[in-house]
Design a protein around this ligand. Sequence first.
Ligand code: SF4
Length: 295
Amino acid sequence: MFFTPIKYNEPVFRPPAEAQSVIIQATLGCSWNKCAFCEMYTSKKFTVRSFDTIKPEIIQLAQSFPKAKKFFLADGNAFVLSPDKLLPVLTAINHQFERAQRISSYALPKDILSKSEKELKALRALGLKLLYVGIETGDDELLKRVNKGETFDTTVNGIQKAHDAGIDTSIMIINGLGGRKYSRQYALRSADIINRLQPKFLSTLTLSMPFGQKHFQHHFKGDYQQQTVKELFEELLLFIRHLDVDNVIYRSDHVSNNLVLKGVFAKDKEQIISQLKNAINTTPDNIYPSTLAIL
Ligand code: SF4
């Protein structure tokens, strides 16, 4: 949305699919804020905004966008909020926007696990239908190195709990997260976890190093070797070949990606593989991706 009647606390990030959604800042920053590859919220101290602050903004937004159907709760992981803080916000959205259909938010698996099944179902009943979860990979060694604060098991348990409550997920992983040395285990373990999760949506982003390669290298104890664009395509191909999923909607169209790929795996997997093979065959061996800060 380009015009907004309220003043947001910048920077504000939202998934590409929420471009048309009304954004409501329920929190500022990220409660974790420690991932080695991320600088999205390093300029913000994590803050829970009070309902008394948020409610007038929802009313103002409803006056400007009375027909809005989709809503995104910002910032980083607004789903960290306890149900007693989230429920009034969801109720106010439903009350002010009579066409409200879907509310979504970024979440960490631990944010889901901290809520009971009953609480998740209550949030779902008020329209919280989609959570965006950047799991990055299913490989525990890499999750530890990038300081994600999650494991294969906590990720599976958290996301499965959301699915059991009727909440869909959109999962993001990062191509190139482990560099050349860990490429194969990254691809295979990431495919393993997606096969377990069967999310509704899957996106692949490509590693960028906003703090610089030296900073990222530090977390790998000197083990990180940057991959060429061709090697990143090969890693992605290995990952996709090992996927065993049906109706997962796939997108690789983030600004960090070197090749745009889209499809539903049940019918488009072979076409996506063919596009990747073509990219591998036509990309020179010595091209490296940009390491600029891309968020
Ligand atoms: S990747 Fe997500 S969880 Fe990690 S620091 Fe960034 S916003 Fe927070």
